[in-house]
Structures are given as C-alpha cells and as structure tokens.
Design a protein around this ligand. Sequence first.
Ligand code: NAI
Ligand code: MG
Length: 357
Amino acid sequence: MANRVFRIAAVPADGVGSEVVQAGKTVLESLAADSDGEFAFEWTEYPWGTDYYQRTGRMMPEDGLDQLRGSDAIYFGAVGWPSVPDHITLWGLRLAICQGFDQWANIRPVTFHPGVTSPLRQVENTTPDWVVVRENSEGEYSGLGGRNLAGRGPGNEVAVQSALFTETGCERIIRFAFDLARSRQRKHVTSVTKSNAQQYGMVLWDEVFERVAAEYPDVESDSCLVDAAAARFVLHPEDLSVVVASNLHADILSDLGSAMAGSLGLATSANLNPENRTPSMFEPVHGSAPDIAGKGIANPIGAIGSAALMLSHFGLDEPASRIRHAINTTTAAGVLPTDLGGNATSERITKTIVDHL
Ligand code: NAI
Ligand code: MG
C-alpha cells in the first residue's frame, strides 16, 4: 500500500476525450509504479457524456456531483458530439461540474515545446511562457437570460444573454492571478476586459483590479482591452506572464495562445476550487475532435500535461516536473503527432513520454 493514495474520478466523455484520458492514465500509473510506494492512484471511471445522454436523457445522473464529491480530483476528457446540440452537452456535464463545484479559477498555461515549430517564427528567438487565468464561475457563462420573452412567434423571437459580474467573483480571481504571479520568475499580471464597450460589469472588474493591484507593489500590472490583447499575444508574446480575464475572453485567448505554441492539442488546463471545498478538475483544453476521433492519432500532450497540473495540485511537484520534462524530451526528439506535422500515433507518443520519465 502506498503512503498516499489519490482517488481520481475519470470522466473521459466523448470523442478523443477517452483516447487522451487513457494516455494520461498510462503516464500517471507509470510514475506511481516508480515512486517506491510514495503515491498511488485509485481510479473510478464514469461513463457519462453524449452516449449516456442518448440512453438516459441526461448527461450525468441526477446525483452525479455527489458521486464525484468524494474524489481527490477529476480527470476530464472532452464533451460534445455532433448528434446532440453543444449547449446541451456542455451545460449538462462540464459546466455542471465546474459551476456545481465552484471551480472558480481556470488555469491555462501556454507552453512552447522544443522541436515544435511555432507558426510565429519570431517567437523562436525568445521563449514565451504565460498562464491564462480564467474566471470560471460567472461572467458571460452565467446562463442568465431567456428566449422569446414576449412570445412573439416565429421570425420574431427575442433572446437575452446576460453576463454576471460580482465584486467577490472579480476579486477572488484577480487576487489568485497576483498570487500566481508572485510565484513566477516574471512578476507581472495583465488584466483583459472590454470596458470601453461594456460599461457595467467590465468597469467593475477594472476597478477591482486597480484596488487589488495596489496591494501587490512587488508585482507589475497593466490593463488591456481584449481586441488589443489578441494582437499583443501575436506581436509581443514575450510581454506576458499572467493574463487574467473573464470566462469568455480567457476562453478565446487561451485557444489563441495554444495555437501559437503549435496546436490546440498541446494546451493544458486546471479548474480549481482553491479553497478545496470540492474536487478540482483537470482536462485538456481541446474538445472531442469528432473529425479525428477513433483513429488513434489524437495529440495526448494536452491531457498528459494536465495530469502534471493535477500532480502539482496534490503537492507532487517533482513527479509533475518529470512529466513536463518527458514531454519536452519527446517533442525535441521529433516524436510529434499529426496536428504538429508529425506522424506519431497517440500510443507511440504516450509510450515515448513514459520512457523518458
Ligand atoms: P475541438 O477542440 O474538438 O477541435 C478543433 C480542431 O482541433 C479539430 O480540427 C480537431 O481535430 C483538432 N484537435 C482537437 N484536439 C486535438 C488533439 N488532441 N489532437 C489533434 N488534434 C486535435 O473543437 P470543436 O471542433 O470546435 O468542437 C468539437 C466538439 O467538442 C463540440 O461538441 C464542442 O462543443 C466540444 N468541445 C468540448 C470542450 C470541452 O469538453 N472542454 C472544449 C471545446 C469543444
Ligand atoms: Mg475553449
């Protein structure tokens, strides 16, 4: 019996989700076997997702959150399949977990790997490295609004989709970003909003940012509008260290960042409940990729890198950096999946990473 046993709830869900979760599991099991009894994992796999919905009419059982509650972390694949509208699958599973467990901070590092040619040649001379901190509990994904409010009938329907910004919600994520910046070599936070056009919620965010920034004199900070931020990601990625933004803006900017690093398949993500009242969830940023699902060619690096974030969350920093190092050794050796211009299968990449642990 190992010293520490972590109970992991695996929710592979749809498409390449199950392929990449399997890859991450292989890497974690290999580390555990090699840890001299220091740690081990106990897996429970939940068969929830679009197939489950088609059988039962629900994305997960009514008591799904209660089933997950006792776990130390959730390891998530990706949800969504063309047979069911995306808002049903996303709200029924991933957002239900994130919001149900108040995983209010979504951490999305952008990592440039050796041997992977960035679409931005300029970047080759520097090594950009930043983390997107995404507000994960409110903002534009609060689910507030309604349709056809006046019952106007076909052709005249009305829809309202509101964004919710609370001072508490803004403050906790902004504070989280400053604390994270303190732990990094470059102590800098960039806040992204669109307060010129959205004069209520985003202005509240800006005011809270200014107030919190004053409490961190040792951390530099600046504010940027989201359209300018997108340009800055491309033109001056070396400027960035921690980027904090609302749910929607950070969602878009993190896909942009990972595409710059080479592919969406590389991007990692942690959905944290920083108070540890509920399990946190770790997942690759990409979706279920129906176009390549079942072919064995999904890039497993985003999911394996997310497993490293899970280990850091458990305080296992050394095994986490072994995973990151093994990923870099693998990409540097040119063992690359098809989305990065290579021809290695998911299995071969996973095996190479395990060999380099
Ligand atoms: P997607 O991320 O599934 O795919 C976008 C493109 O990236 C596709 O060309 C795909 O082949 C490629 N790609 C994604 N992951 C890859 C990997 N690991 N290796 C190699 N290539 C990869 O996004 P899309 O097509 O917009 O959405 C497909 C489904 O996934 C939808 O149902 C959507 O709602 C869902 N989705 C779920 C997410 C989640 O569960 N966190 C996040 C994003 C989308
Ligand atoms: Mg996204």
